[in-house]
Design a protein around this ligand. Sequence first.
Ligand SMILES: NC(=O)c1ccc[n+]([C@@H]2O[C@H](COP(=O)([O-])OP(=O)(O)OC[C@H]3O[C@@H](n4cnc5c(N)ncnc54)[C@H](OP(=O)(O)O)[C@@H]3O)[C@@H](O)[C@H]2O)c1
Length: 285
Amino acid sequence: MPWTGNDLPDLNGRTVVITGAGRGLGLITARELARAGARVVLGVRDTGKARCAVAGLPGVFDVRPLDVADLTSVRAFAGSWSGDLDILINNAGVMDVPGTRTADGLDLQTATNYTGPFVLTNLLLEHLTDRVVHVTSQLHRRGAISLDDLDWRTREYNGMSAYQASKLAVVLFSLELQRRLTAEGSPVRSVLASPGIARTSLAAHSRSNIVNRFTFLTNPPERGALSVLYAATQDVPGNSYVGPDGLGGLRGHPAVRRQGDIGLDEDLAARLWTATTDLVGKVAR
Ligand SMILES: NC(=O)c1ccc[n+]([C@@H]2O[C@H](COP(=O)([O-])OP(=O)(O)OC[C@H]3O[C@@H](n4cnc5c(N)ncnc54)[C@H](OP(=O)(O)O)[C@@H]3O)[C@@H](O)[C@H]2O)c1
């Protein structure tokens, strides 16, 4: 029998943070985790919209302001955290957006998908008891990392290349984070989730949205969210890559799959960590 949300364990007493959960896969994930008993904290840009989205749903929700692309907001969110946090889900993301700079002067797409979650995760790590789930994409396999120019300053910006690179950076972040956690003897796991292709509004503005017309290739959003739910709750090894079990990992039910070879390059992962701390460390506060 394929795994579904009905197979979620009892999550009473567990606290989950999920970013960008006011709509899309994040909202479905938040709804299901709360239905299973978790206290779900939604870190979102538009708190009013998110409160409306969860109003009337069964479970305990706590909506807090968080813009993952703004390091001031990330630090405020993490700094106000007290007590244990069982599961952190870095879900917020944008795809193939025009080149824009954030308030910190960072590339918006890279900041949203990678550097913001990198900082958030590191700041919340002292509270984490179980795992962090990084939502990545099959497109990480096409990604290339430019250690000298993570932030798209010297190269000509390309929206799809920046998306693929940011999702590869997330995969490498998970690898190096898990290595560090294991070295410290920490029980906390770093786990990756890929939704395959799920028909949300993520790519609505992008030429790649054409794929969403081919429903036989894609997952309905409810099924896309299952990879995230599985990665967040099932007993998988550290740095597992959870994704749909169908052809090309694009659709199907969640299973432990394998990330692309480049996502398993330990040397690159270690050097990316250093380059990232250099980059975010340079951001003036
Ligand atoms: N759908 C797919 O086929 C697919 C495939 C692979 C990976 N993914 C990944 O899955 C995740 C969720 O995507 P989705 O399909 O659910 O897309 P979506 O429907 O467009 O939702 C994206 C969510 O991210 C939030 N967000 C964007 N920028 C943010 C920021 N700076 N701070 C906080 N929240 C922010 C959005 O909030 P607002 O409402 O404020 O805009 C929205 O809630 C993303 O990481 C995406 O890359 C999706």
